[in-house]
Design a protein around this ligand. Sequence first.
Ligand code: KG4
Ligand code: ZN
Length: 337
Amino acid sequence: MQVLGIETSCDECSAAVVTDGRILLSNIVASQIEIHKPYMGVVPEIASRTHVKWINSVVKKALDEAGVSFDEINGIAVTNKPGLSGSLLTGLSFAKGLSFASGKPFIAVDHIFAHIYASHLENEINYPYLGLLVSGGHTIIAIIKSYEDMQILGTTIDDACGEAFDKVAKFYNLGYPGGVVIDKLSKLGDPNAFSFPDPSLHKGEHQYDISYSGLKTAVINQLDQFHNKGYEKTNENIAASFQKTAINMLLKRLLKAIENTGIKTVVTGGGVAANSYLRQSLSELKGITVYSPSLKLCGDNGAMIAGLGYHYLKNNIKSGLETTVLSRVPVFRKTYP
Ligand code: KG4
Ligand code: ZN
């Protein structure tokens, strides 16, 4: 079964063709990074208007590169939550139009489950496992029971992990997008140059929750120290020290989850899953099997949407034209969705 996947939840305009939820025939990701760079962040209105301009050619390119005609596509999968409403609406409306005109089914899928699914495109992975979803919008540690069922153990109570990277980079004027720049700069810095707060684990049901606002504020306040005391500002050391603390906060909670659940398989997903310090640290865990998507599948992409969508479509589960978008999803609940 060949599924066309469409992903426009934020600033990547992406489409892909995937066979049987596993075989990646094409994965076109048109990045808007250069467009949003002057603003040092994604401007929602510009993002959705750019998707409107690009979506047709991105989908066409995905079909061309896969060597598949639209007639040979069995169904369409599209992200409808969570994300920027205008951006999501572009992809969803496009998918609905294709479905209505062709009579082919479409399924609206969840971006969070899709990020976790990304590793399934490259590996045979059995459920259940521990999922670590770290992106610009979410930070979730969960027991993943199936492609559509997770038990959330912990989430961020304020900033998402990627968001903290982006905000620190913005305050220090390090460049855009922040996560990538900090990862790169860190390689030249001393991770022990600054000691930033690393809050200890809570007790009970909140033990896996995480807060990045304290760390973010401490790193940003360090900037005033440079200004006020005339110290030499070393971006590399700031980046490395921040990155080490931010990632260790995740690892601490993940290790606790492994210990408490006895689950020894970990699957990561989301833009921050590309972080080199995180990948290195995970690869050093003894007795734990870790699956991280290849770098091209960490960030937003249509392949993970097509892959996940296949599992619904093969069971004849499809969406109706009344389907709409949802910018936020209730990840504070212990069962999701
Ligand atoms: O999954 P994604 O592409 O979009 C969302 O669903 O949010 O994730 C984007 C986030 C951004 O915050 C970006 O700074 C971060 O992922 N990111 C990284 C790295 N590459 C991207 N963060 C840390 N290290 C990286 N190498
Ligand atoms: Zn994402």
